[in-house]
Design a protein around this ligand. Structure first.
Ligand SMILES: *Cc1c(COP(=O)(O)O)cnc(C)c1O
Length: 391
């Protein structure tokens, strides 16, 4: 179906900012509500730019339906509200994005839904956690910021056996590297704000799935008010045009940068699934030899080392997001995982010297030259800062 409903189709999508649509008469509005005619009534329910974007994401994810939401967090909220009621239980990975953790620890329990955390790379532990009935299991394809890779096929098999829905946050991988639904997951979630939008100028999210839940979820999205605005959908459709090129180029760059970083003096450790010592190297095969644009590395001298790195490498802006065309860095300890309990941060190895890098598509030589400036500055400091987050 042409979401723009015109006799001829523009090559590039028009931006449709209308919040509401004119309808000819009562018979026409009945036909719309009864699904006998296609069209739009009110933009919170549906609008052409969101419908177009949802269709493209469904194709990428081999999904039957996609809901495009106002943010990645709105997409997660929608999924939890759609599938859980008071008394139900969610089992979640103990290595999730900080804000997802906050949602699961502080908000979802207020709705009467119980949440337990488990290491989703420890399959016996997952099996044990699912012995108590759970409505949903939540994991990230590549975890933030520790870059562990989820065994999606094995988790899906466990979930099938216990009637649990597997939700996979695929933000770090994008559907170019991984299509969780094809591996057996029930719901694939994306923060479109990141590499899919790709230019750090939209805030959007999506969930995709198979089966006939699409209409129910679209209705819930409108009722809770989590709908996406037309402009961001329109911008994200443009981002999609180059997603495959960007995802492959940045992933290739990240692999080279990770190998290079591992040999630099003063780099204490490097986390990227392409590295031979990575604990999930074997299950990473489903990523098709592209291990993602995200990596993390630890500099010497803790927080002071990170400050020195940032000040000496202005070509790698410090901005707590990811998926931009250019290379950017973040500091999980003070940004994405700021609200994480100290013990959980320590268990995950999120130290004060850990820098997360979102590798861009510029030539790898340019990225390395800028990193070298930062590393030299970090190494020049006197050692002695403790590795604790507050250090
Ligand atoms: C950013 C992010 C989210 C949240 O998405 P927003 O669009 O910022 O709401 C969820 N999961 C992961 C892994 C993210 O990086």
């Amino acid at each position: 179906m042409d979401p723009y409903q015109s006799a001829s189709t523009p090559l590039v999508p028009p931006l449709m900012t209308a919040a509401v649509y004119r309808i000819a008469d009562l018979d026409a509005v009945d036909a719309l509500y009864e699904g006998k005619a296609t069209g739009y009534i009110y933009a919170r329910d549906a609008h052409p730019n969101a419908r177009h974007l949802a269709g493209e994401l469904s194709k990428l994810h081999s999904a039957d339906w996609t809901c495009v939401t106002a943010s990645g967090m709105a997409a997660l909220s929608l999924a939890f509200v759609a599938y859980c009621s008071p008394g139900d239980r969610i089992v979640a990975s103990d290595r999730l994005y900080g804000r997802t953790n906050k949602l699961l620890r502080e908000e979802i329990p207020r709705l009467g839904v119980f949440v337990d955390f488990v290491d989703t790379n420890d399959l016996p532990a997952v099996a044990k956690a699912l012995e108590t009935p759970a409505k949903m299991l939540v994991a990230e394809t590549i975890s933030n910021p520790t870059m562990r890779v989820a065994p999606i096929r094995e988790l899906a098999a466990r979930c099938k056996a216990t009637g649990t829905k597997l939700l996979v946050d695929n933000t770090f991988a994008t559907p170019i590297l991984c299509r969780p639904l094809e591996l057996g997951a029930d719901i694939a979630m994306e923060s479109l704000t990141k590499q899919i939008g790709g230019h750090s100028d939209v805030t959007l999210g999506s969930i995709s799935g198979k089966g006939d839940d699409g209409n129910r979820l679209a209705s819930l999205m409108s009722t809770w008010g989590w709908s996406a605005n037309p402009f961001d959908c329109w911008m994200t459709l443009r981002g999609l045009e180059t997603l495959e090129l960007r995802a492959k180029a940045s992933s290739e760059n990240a692999g080279q940068v990770a190998a290079w970083l591992a040999e630099q003096p003063g780099v204490l450790r490097v986390l990227h699934p392409s590295l031979p010592h990575h604990p999930d190297r074997a299950i990473s095969v489903y990523l098709n030899e592209a291990f993602g644009h995200m990596l993390a590395f630890e500099v010497v001298n803790g927080r002071a080392g990170v400050n020195a790195f940032m000040r000496a490498a202005p070509g790698i802006p410090f901005c707590p997001s990811l998926g931009h065309t250019g290379t950017t860095c973040s500091h999980p300890c003070t940004t994405s995982h700021r609200f994480e309990p100290e013990a959980s941060r320590a268990a995950q190895g999120i130290t004060s010297g850990l820098i997360r890098l979102s590798v861009g598509i510029a030539s790898v030589e340019r990225i390395q030259a800028e990193l070298a400036k930062g590393l030299t500055a970090a190494n020049r400091l006197l050692p002695g800062n403790p590795p604790a987050c507050s250090g």
